[in-house]
Design a protein around this ligand. Sequence first.
Ligand code: BTN
Length: 309
Amino acid sequence: MRDTKGRILQLLRARGAPVSGEALSADLGLSRTAVWKQIRKLQELGYAIEASAKGYRLDGSPDTPLPWEFPGRQDAVHYFPEVASTMDIARKMARAGCAPFTVVVADRQTHGRGRLQRHWHSEAGGLYFTVVLRPVLPLLMGPRVSFCAALALARTLQRLWGVAAALKWPNDILVKERKLAGMLSEMEAEADRITYVNVGIGLNVNNDPAGAGAAATSLTKILGRPVSRVRLLAEYLDVLEARLASIEKTDVIAEWKAHAVTLGRRVEIVTQRETVAGRAIDVDDNGSLILQLDDGSRQTVIYGDCFHL
Ligand code: BTN
């Protein structure tokens, strides 16, 4: 019935004027009662569909990432109003063998996870999703996938709304030094081959960024108006897919560096075991950060949270 709802919306959107129940039922090969039931369901989901003697007219759609809003991906998008964490659901699906580009997206998360076991504030209005990727890459190249995912997000924001996003190591998206989005990746491999990389993204879209911390921002705040989460996710998946297709041919890390604001800065890095401070001087081919410590020695950090000092 996902396809039916998608087709009804497609027909109503294309017309922009009332479409009779008769025309819809002929197009869909369904009885008029079955069409009416689907319309009722769409109305319950927030679609403003006006029923009159002339037929059905679509006056507005909710900004809800329902599967049929992603033509060509409707079987891959799994939407939930509320979950504990999209990472948990995506992991189960990845382990059960789901197709690449399976997406788990939620309006809210009760136990959203950030890096280093931090809580990720996930209130309504934000965009919270995990995408299951299955790059055919050697294990060592795994971290490049998250760098690629961060670049794809920066590109999407630029393309849709002209927002110039900067990247903070490892994969934060900043706008004017404030955090707009965070990214968490989980990878599993067999022998030397990646079986999946799950990329989870939390983006402050129309939610109040104050809840996410003092140094956070949101798209609404940046643009001065609410924007469509559906459009954002649809565009992002397309950009990400195109980028990943050429991941082996492009120097993702070099591209990442061109957008990065971490290099050259004094930073503090918090890892599971320690906190170190120094100057961020480079990111190596595996995505690790190279720090120059105060005593002049160098330290390579594979994973951690980075604070610009
Ligand atoms: C960070 O900056 O610490 C990473 C935050 C990642 C949050 C996203 S929201 C969607 C997905 N589900 C989670 O529980 N976490 C990620």
